[in-house]
Design a protein around this ligand. Sequence first.
Ligand code: SDX
Length: 396
Amino acid sequence: QTGMFTYDPGFMSTASCESAITYIDGDKGELLYRGYPIEQLATNCDFLETCHLLLYGELPNQEQKNSFTKLVTNHTMVNEQMQFFLRGFRRDAHPMAIMTGLVGALSAFYHDSTDINNPKHREIAAIRLIAKMPTLVAMAYKYTIGQPYMYPKNELSYAGNFLHMMFATPCEPYKVSPVLERALDRIFILHADHEQNASTSTVRLCGSSGTNPFAAIAAGVACLWGPAHGGANEAALNMLYDIQKAGGVDKIGEFIKQVKDKNSNVKLMGFGHRVYKNYDPRAKLMQETCREVLGELGLENDPLFKLAMALEKIALEDEYFVSRKLYPNVDFYSGIVQRAIGIPVPLFTAIFALARTVGWIAQLNEMIGDPEYKIGRPRQLFEGSPKRDVQPIAKR
Ligand code: SDX
């Protein structure tokens, strides 16, 4: 069965869990969602089919896809009150600060009608979250640029609707380009789930207390923000900008020297992984998407993509990275694709959160659906002071 936190009876219990959703082989660089290789899903399916797979365990047939799409489409609007949460933020607030607040705020509308132990309630919470994340991310963006919010358009695809809400204005419709729509949909697929990463483990641990799913997902958003995790896509692009400003390809050697200097605390953002000790399969697909999108847009000579390719080539031949099995991960190329689509850098991690929401809620629902699950309680190996008595202050 699945979803249970199990503890070794031994000293240092490692919080681990069983799951049937995503499988990673870090040495082979293999990623399967419910048994399907990510390469096949990214090529033959769209994001909503992938959501159906992650949530229900099977890819939908056409009829199931139509009804699932209709269900999601009918939940894309958010309560009008959500606009008042946004007004409390400074206009220059980081989109992830806004998203952490907005997703948590969804609890205010649904927590009292959501019994997390009721499978139907868990399913509708999943649908609401998948449906509303694009609307919330687009609202966060519009708020920071002082433009009016755009309501969802039911006739558009999931990715197309997001692009519409992001870039259309009441004065000017946004013409959704099929190339960008497909590229964004693939970005969503590649980020949808990834086994027990930091933010998914956060969602499971938070949800194991029986809190409502919206609050648990908000905890995942907060964890994903970190530069060691989902924040790496924003950091990776800013790293490329910095190298470009310092002189571009000719300055890569100097940058690599900094990375190798332990005192510099400079990391090659978008490289390395807790599990992959081989090339992250998502990075390969992201690089391909980069090439396709830039080619379609006539940007095949994009200096930043060329810089990223040069950096990757040097790193993959350099002993420091080879000996540490550091390869590009999902975050290395995703920023270049998002930038080509027109998404501003500070929004990159919010896009990651939008896509990962289905993985988070599928993992949470899997855990809660297991009658054996208990509240998570990671153990510790105590290394502090032995028991001692308090001394009067005059004697301290
Ligand atoms: C994601 O877990 C998931 O599944 C996450 C994720 C998902 O889909 O949910 O895949 C998404 O978070 C991808 C990772 C994005 N983060 C980054 O790109 C930030 C840069 N990467 C590093 O911060 C780092 O690689 C981590 C945090 C991802 C992993 O860190 P670890 O566990 O320390 O990596 P490691 O044990 O393999 O490191 C071995 C050595 C160490 O040096 P030594 O102590 O042996 O001398 O490699 C060094 C590390 O300092 N190292 C790096 C490096 N990553 C590791 N050195 C330079 N640049 C890097 N990027």
